[in-house]
Design a protein around this ligand. Structure first.
Ligand code: URA
Length: 228
């Protein structure tokens, strides 16, 4: 077994990552995993177009990919002022190769419509590009592997507002261990871009009484867009 601290430090150096994942220090890595990861982080990422980034993501080699049917990169309008980031593809997304196309996606579409935004006019992606088996929560290692690509993704789309859905997206992007309940409804920034955190639609499907609270976040999203 290897000590994770040195591996993590290596990643950060390789990518020039400003993030530190709070729980990653507690994760143990095997030498085999380290070899794969080291190979894929040899150079600091610096893609110049979305096509180039998409191609690189599709060419990635990672254990999760082997268990998934599709790599799920994005959907929607890449020139949009709004970029939405969720957690990871679920079963429907894995089958169709597009983010937020299942029940959560339907609710997301309705919430967008409630503030006058159509799905076609926003841009949607996730922290992970592959479905974790059984829709389990992504591990710190999986998040750390994808984050440099997510960072490039946001940099290339350069939206006016980033809507972060659920704890995994919020904690990964904002580099915090604060809970989504504390962070939702507040505005922060990521690489100079306004971020708004809200509950994940899957959580809202399980807890419909929180929909009214989440609706306030979508109003804030709309207001932030109009303010610009
Ligand atoms: N949940 C997510 O976080 N992303 C999807 O694409 C689908 C469900």
């Amino acid at each position: 077994m290897l000590q994770t601290e040195s591996l993590v430090t290596k990643w950060y150096k390789a990518f020039g990552i400003t993030h530190v994942f709070h729980d990653i220090e507690h994760t143990a890595f095997t030498e085999e995993k380290q070899a794969k990861i080291t190979m894929s982080v040899e150079n600091k990422l610096n893609f110049t177009s979305l096509d180039e980034l998409r191609q690189a993501v599709f060419n990635l080699d990672f254990p999760l990919k082997k268990m998934a049917r599709h790599t799920v990169f994005s959907d929607g309008n890449p020139s949009s002022d709004v970029m939405i980031i969720g957690e990871a593809p679920g079963q429907d997304e894995d089958e169709q190769g597009k983010p937020f196309v299942g029940q959560s996606g339907k609710l997301l579409n309705n919430m967008l419509a409630s503030v006058g935004l159509s799905r076609d006019e926003v841009y949607i992606s996730n922290i992970l590009f592959w479905r974790p088996p059984g829709n389990r929560t992504p591990s710190a290692e999986e998040i750390a592997f994808c984050m440099p690509y997510v960072e490039q993704h946001v940099k290339l789309v350069k939206p006016k507002v980033l809507l972060l859905l659920g704890g995994v997206a919020v904690k990964s992007i904002l580099n915090t261990s604060e809970s989504i309940s504390r962070l939702r409804g507040s505005k922060n920034t990521y690489m100079g871009i306004n971020t708004i955190a809200s509950f994940h639609p899957a959580y809202l499907l399980r807890s419909p009484n929180q929909k009214a609270v989440a609706f306030r976040d979508f109003i804030l999203l709309k207001k932030t867009l109009l303010d610009k």
